[in-house]
Ligand binder design. Sequence first.
Ligand SMILES: *Cc1c(COP(=O)(O)O)cnc(C)c1O
Length: 435
Amino acid sequence: MKFVSTKNKIEAEAEEAIFSGTASDGGLFMPSVIPKIEPSAYNNTENFQLFSNKMLGVFFNETVLEDDLNEIVSEALNFEVIQRDLSKDQMPISLLELFHGPTAAFKDFGARFLAASMSKIIKKQANPKAVTILVATSGDTGSAVASAFHNRQGFNVVVLFPNGRVSPRQQHQLTCWGNNVVSVAINGEFDDCQRLTKEAFAQEGKFKNQTLCSANSINIGRLLPQATYYAWSSQRYFLKHGMQTSFIIPTGNLGNAFACFIAKEMGFPIENIVFATNANRTIPDFLETGFWQPRPTTPTLASAMDVGNPSNMERFFHVFDNPETLLDTLRAVSVTDEQITNQIRSEYLDNQILCCPHTATALHVYREFSNKEKKETHWCIVATAHPSKFEQTVEPIIGEEIAVPERLRALLELDSSFVTIDPELNQLIEAIASA
Ligand SMILES: *Cc1c(COP(=O)(O)O)cnc(C)c1O
């Protein structure tokens, strides 16, 4: 399959789409078509890796990844996807836990698939240049990307984070890697980190022996693997219960939600998709008014969803020719910090569910539904991160310490190191040169 830009429909091969992130016309890459599948063809594929390999094969056939896809998927998606049944009183509901990867957030799926794919691609090049992955993060992206590329031959990683503005545990996960990962604390905000990476990409000529790459969430190599767990969980549920699944997805930049939309378009048994946002209301306001009005970001307790200008919206605009259909199809609910706090507490006390602030937004949306709506479909709440990553928010609310999963504990025991710089391009260029 070829990939096309959302702007001028420029066509590109898979390796270009994966390595450049955004298209040369400034658009985002999309598969040239979203192919329809027959879900029953997946009935006998009970294993998540085999299922994902088959599903992603539809997009990567006749590309540079075709022959290696099986290996890429088995290496990258090598951790569990757990769907917990929480049904009560004929109201079918489950929780889809996407946080069993190495850095305990769903971003591991995309980051690991991207890293494994890029590795295979550079191994096929005659004279590969060293690749430097430059990534700005306000938390989860940086650790998932650093973990995925750590000790990978041919790659360096430079992670920029705002100094003093990530939690101590998050900071440790950004700075514990060493070897080919350089962590840079920027004296500034997340926006400064993002601006600096953009400036660095614009000066790419200065980095003679390196190819600079972004691994941000709009990369198609991160997006497509995220469609697999929606397809897989809905298909398994349908086989067992004869019922379609509707997902409620904690949403920031709309990457995870768009991936779900891809799985639905392909023909997997998915009914509704509801976006749960925090107080950053750009998406719900658009669906209410029909005007797309990006805003400055408001900080909230669900910090990984603090996005005032969700970039993946452009993909929805690209897919829907008719704006009316788009407005009729999508559904979003905004959740306040107070509601997040109350939800974390009540889920823990009433339902023995320990959830992170992001997952709490989706649970809140579900709990507000009428009983009629709860009975109409199987609702699946997407759990995007392990609560122990956000202990500073969750522990005071529940009044208890959260047990840290073994894999995170191991990271927290490693030494941490980073350099601190002012938000100036010259200083960043020096840091990159030392990578
Ligand atoms: C990144 C992230 C989100 C938001 O996902 P998008 O794809 O940006 O919409 C939600 N929850 C957690 C824990 C995240 O890390």
